[in-house]
Design a protein around this ligand. Structure first.
Ligand code: NCD
Ligand code: ZN
Length: 344
């Protein structure tokens, strides 16, 4: 008899849907498995105001496949000019569920991010007052800091000072990639959550660099050494409520990945749930998959858990190596092993 696992419908607490033709091409892959997702605001230009977030939400709703009830949870991109009252109104109306902090220059389309943290103090204080979470891309961008150390240095130099100077601010450390981040998260109270991607549970830096460079494994924060991957895997499968899924599925066309200066991002939406089932199964933690994908995130965001369920079964998963989009093919994340679980 085929082994099956039925869990509450999952949510993705960090997702890039893009816009236009790419949005239409990638959204069905998330909507097929996930009920809701926190939508990243790093469009060009970024989603900075409530009005822009409302318009982007409408475009996402219009791009849903027929019959889909997928719910985009919108975010605002924090800049040094962000108006605290615009943020508070967008939160009060239910439009936004978080504000996103990108250190200026940290990643794809982050040029408008924050360089001087004193300039966003009033926004952070307002967010602490109203309980609105700050989602943090946790990497410093100083050219003298090694790219593999940028997350750990960010925790010391930026994150911890922000948390100490803004008591009560609710923070999500996004797409954590290091044991340092796992350890930091574990030492905090429940005002701090941390998301973990699917790909960081599977790859380490050798996958990117050993035996030839593999641009499709290049994402930010960049995958670290194996000890860090194992720490992430232990955290994700631990059942601890502070850790939850944020896939950071980040589609780029192959043309934009396979360049002398290629884009960062792994497109994992189509096979994320199948890969996670396999990862949790390998670690004898299938009973804790539902917490990671469907329970801990809503608890942190103070949202109800989803109605409905998703059933996974232990049968080989088939997915295309690429999806076609009007902008060109987008390669689907290859975990490097045959995936033995699939969504029923
Ligand atoms: C993301 C993207 O392409 O927008 N890329 C990535 O490698 N994760 C940006 C981000 O979340 O860092
Ligand atoms: Zn991202």
């Amino acid at each position: 008899m085929t082994q099956t696992l039925t869990i509450r419908r999952p949510d993705d607490w960090h997702l890039h849907l893009r816009d236009g033709a790419m949005l239409n091409a990638v959204l069905p892959h998330s909507a097929a498995h996930f009920a809701r997702a926190i939508i990243m605001p790093n469009l060009v230009p970024p989603v900075v105001t409530a009005a822009q977030a409302g318009a982007y939400r409408d475009r996402i709703l219009a791009a849903r496949p027929a019959g889909s009830d997928f719910e985009p949870l919108m975010t605002l991109y924090l800049t040094e000019d962000t108006d605290p009252d615009d943020v508070a109104q967008a939160h009060a109306s239910g439009l936004i569920k978080a504000v996103k902090l990108y250190p200026a220059g940290a990643t794809t389309n982050s040029a408008s991010g924050v360089a001087n943290f004193d300039k966003v103090r009033a926004v952070l204080d307002k967010m602490a007052d109203i309980g609105l979470p700050l989602c943090v891309h946790g990497e410093v961008t100083d050219s003298d800091v090694d790219i593999f150390d940028r997350e750990a240095v960010f925790i010391d130099r930026v994150l911890d000072p922000i948390r100490k100077s803004t008591p009560g601010l609710r923070v999500v450390m996004e797409h954590i990639t290091t044991k340092d981040a796992v350890d930091y998260a574990r030492a905090q109270d429940d005002s701090l959550g941390a998301t973990i991607t699917t790909h960081h549970l599977v790859i380490n830096r050798n996958h990117i660099l050993a035996g030839g460079i593999k641009p499709h494994y290049y994402c930010l924060p960049v995958a670290k050494r194996e000890t860090h991957r194992l720490a992430l895997r232990a955290a994700a499968t631990s059942g601890e409520a502070r850790f939850f899924l944020g896939t950071d599925s980040a589609p780029h066309t192959d043309a934009n990945k396979l360049l002398p200066c290629g884009c960062a991002g792994c497109f994992t939406a189509p096979n994320t749930m199948a890969i996670l089932a396999q990862v949790f199964d390998e670690d004898s933690a299938l009973a804790r998959l539902e917490g990671f994908t469907s329970l801990h995130g809503p608890a942190f965001y103070r949202l109800p858990v989803n109605n409905g369920t998703l059933t996974l079964q232990k049968t080989p998963c088939t997915y295309p190596p690429q999806i076609d989009t009007p902008d060109g093919p987008v390669t689907v994340f290859d975990p490097g092993f045959a995936v033995q679980w699939s969504v029923a």
